[in-house]
Ligand binder design. Sequence first.
Ligand code: SER
Length: 650
Amino acid sequence: MKSAELRWKFLDFFKDRGHKIIPSASLIPEGDSSTLFISSGMQPLVPYLLGQKHPEGTRLTDSQKSFRTEDIEEVGDGRHNTFFEMLGNWSLGDYFKKEQLTWIYSFLIDEIKIDASRLYATVFRGEEVIGVPKDSESVDILKQVFKTYGIDAKDVDFPENDGMQDGRIFYYPAKKNWWSKSGTPEKMPIGEIGGPDSEIFYDLGPDLKKHENSEFKGALCHVNCDCGRFIEIGNSVFIEYKKTQQGFEKLEQQNVDFGGGLERMTMVSEGLDNIFETDLFLHIIKKIEGLSGKRYRDDRKSFEVIADHIKSATFIMGDGDGISPNNTGQGYIVRRLVRRAIRFGKKLGITEKKWTKEIATIVTADYKDVYSELEKNITFIGKELKKEEEKFNETLERGLKELNGIKKWWGQIRRSSVNDMGSSGNYSQGTDQKREARELGVKLFYLYQSYGLPIELSLEELGGIIFEDEAIKSFNEELKKHQELSRTASAGMFKGGLADDEPETIKLHTAHHLLLAALQELFGKQVKQKGSNINSERLRIDFSFDRKITAEEIKKLEDMVNEKIHQGLDVVKRELPLEEAQKIGAEMEFGVKYGNMVSVYFIEDKKGNAISKEFCGGPHVKNTSELGTFKIIKEEASSQGVRRIKAILE
Ligand code: SER
């Protein structure tokens, strides 16, 4: 079945069962700065799962755009992708396990004709420490469900070592069968909601031996062992718990959150074992074949990385939030995606200019009927991709020059060691060659680090070397060392939150501080920042406030900010211990974690009175007189209890 048909079948199936179809939320979370992206259908619906009334009622269905950063490196095995569509159905304190499990299997088996005998279920086996019991209720229902399809379903305890044991329903611990935004129960912060879940696995084939990548290595195969035979195609989460100081408490309402990846469902319904062969990727793969002159089967990983990454970048940039490749926040992830794709493009031998943009055009055409925002933003996406491609190509070119130097060095070493061998005739040169290969690995790592040149590419340029595995090994060792460091660095990278350091962006950043101060002066200190995004064209602030702001109030806010600009106030940065900064009441952004020493930006009048003080990494202008005229261009609701203002400087 084609993906478009499947998407509609799913939504219609639940519509027929009393659900309202709701549109996908943006990939960029609104009023929630704790994550960079929406990575599940559940995130935008949290307030309603907690009990707030949803305007469309208690039964909803959707196809939510989702992006998972943690899967970037996983792409390449035929079934991982970073951007995906999550088909979802929701009960907000309405139906529960019985309806959910009956319906979802009926959808898969009766509607999209998946072979029931290939489906397997998992359930939560209970954890005493958190006081949540084994989900026997789901097991009883699932047995009934399978019986309808002529299957006598046996339930089997956690098959850590014993394999399938002819089972159909398997109990697993929280590590596998508990769902919350943050993961397992112990990873959840106080206040977060989640619950036990029941996953649906599809059996791809009879090969039971592939255990290399499994955390259950050595054990017999079972549905959750990641050996490649079974693939998860959907998950019914029974969200009915909230973590509190005292432990897990039942929520007032029992919710259902079902999510299934459209890509995987399409794959299975088309009888394929690779998502990149479905029509959700087909045109992109064809385009890459055209650009590179290679076939997909020649280098599957490179094709998949390019197809996945450019598609994700297109969706993130296409959401209308002005996200572009840069060094912070979401923009940093876009940069990573685009650059990684370009590197793999080089590997495939793509030489054409502006090719990433061409792929984005295909993505846009493929999805225009479902996500019209892509088409609306295609000019922006194309422009940004072109810029990024040019920028990165320059860096790469410099890297290749450097590689030429290494090539010469390597050539000399090789010649001298061949000569050594000739004169001494001894065979210790094997050890020497290994050492040299390791040295080469370190140099190639430097090249990767400074210019983004991947080792595969460098080795190819060098024309193949003896003890290549040694070079790769030492490259990887260096990489590991630096990853530790860069993890710390990237934590810092997200702090500032500026899209770039263009002068316009910096000015808007200072204006952002003045605006927050004005909002608090006008509406009271309880107004808190809930999110922000600044680029060279405009600033955006999300803040807690529960009604529309009137035209007079907008005018008032503009006047207040402009007055501060005219007064020519100094902007001063001070490093303070966290406690002290809190004591003086500096503004913190909700949900952000800070270190022991923090920098606080003060905007002060001539007497040293602070008009604004905020935790902030900067940068800012020196004096507000540099800003020009402040103007609010939009005021709107962002989410429940959160308003959003967009403003510019003229
Ligand atoms: N929230 C669950 C998941 O993301 C099901 O939608 O897997």
